[in-house]
Ligand binder design. Structure first.
Ligand SMILES: [Zn+2]
Length: 268
């Protein structure tokens, strides 16, 4: 038992604390090296881009939307008279399709009376995802729970035979009540009980890097709270549109959802 606990602890400690990996596909991340001392503001499609040190070098970390067309793209810097561009190439990626059966049919085909709530929550979620603050950012994430990855990012989803939006995060299966830890320090910018997401929490890690946790049984933070890396922010649950208890974890970067797997050590 003691050995098992030690192995689990080592898995937990090693399942983070690595720098994010580049993946030049829709839903991925571009990592672009900048010249030493370049502290100018870059943007991608009009949104400010995260700049930090990666592998010891100043680098831009760019979130690539799932809807991005493959081909040549660029970040740009308009801090001087000349527009300075840095180009990168995005390759296509085919994401698989997942069929899901939801017993609470109202979560797939909401009543007309649910729509006002759903639209108000959608606006709050977009605002939280697009949030940008100029804080220092720690990109070496911890994995929020030890769990089985059951629904990978980007899957095209069919609920009760009906097409819905692709999966915007990673699902980690775990028992109800499992504590969820903040992968990095940040500030709680949104929380509440939402129609589809159940109990959710958004954490702003700085420079447009956002974590979102959904379907919680319990929320253990308050709006505006400063959280430390590793601090428990809530417990795993089965609230909202779910088939069972799990943690849904989304990572936002420059206003777009990217694959959280790129922020955690490769699973073997
Ligand atoms: Zn999910």
């Amino acid at each position: 038992m003691r050995v098992l606990l030690l192995v689990l602890l080592m898995c937990y400690l090693s399942s983070g604390l690595s720098e994010p990996r580049q993946s030049l596909v829709p839903g991925g991340i571009a990592i672009i090296s900048l010249e030493a001392g370049d502290d100018s503001a870059y943007s991608f499609r009009g949104k400010p881009v995260l700049v930090t040190r990666i592998g010891g070098k100043p680098s831009a970390l760019v979130g690539l939307p799932l809807s991005l067309q493959p081909g040549e793209h660029y970040i740009e810097n308009r801090s001087t008279d000349q527009v300075h561009k840095k180009f990168f190439e995005v390759k296509p990626k085919q994401y698989s399709t997942q069929n899901i059966t939801i017993t609470d049919k109202r979560k797939v085909n909401p009543y007309a009376s649910d729509m006002e709530r759903i639209l108000a929550e959608k606006a709050r979620k977009q605002k939280a995802r697009d949030h940008y603050s100029k804080a220092d950012v720690d990109i070496n994430f911890l994995t929020p729970i030890i769990g089985t990855n059951t629904g990978s990012f980007g899957r095209r989803r069919v609920f009760n035979g009906q097409k819905r939006r692709p999966h915007s995060g990673m699902d980690l299966a775990a028992a109800t009540g499992t504590p969820i830890r903040a992968p990095s320090a940040g500030t709680v910018i949104e929380l509440g009980d939402f129609f589809f997401s159940g109990n959710l929490v958004y954490i702003d890690h700085g420079q447009g890097l956002i974590s979102m946790f959904a379907h919680l049984d319990e929320i253990d933070v308050v709006l505006g709270e400063r959280v430390e890396k590793g601090q428990v922010v809530g417990k795993v649950g089965a609230t909202g549109r779910v088939t069972g208890p799990h943690l849904h974890w989304s990572i936002g970067l420059n206003g777009t959802w990217i694959d959280p797997a790129l922020f955690i050590a490769a699973q073997d």
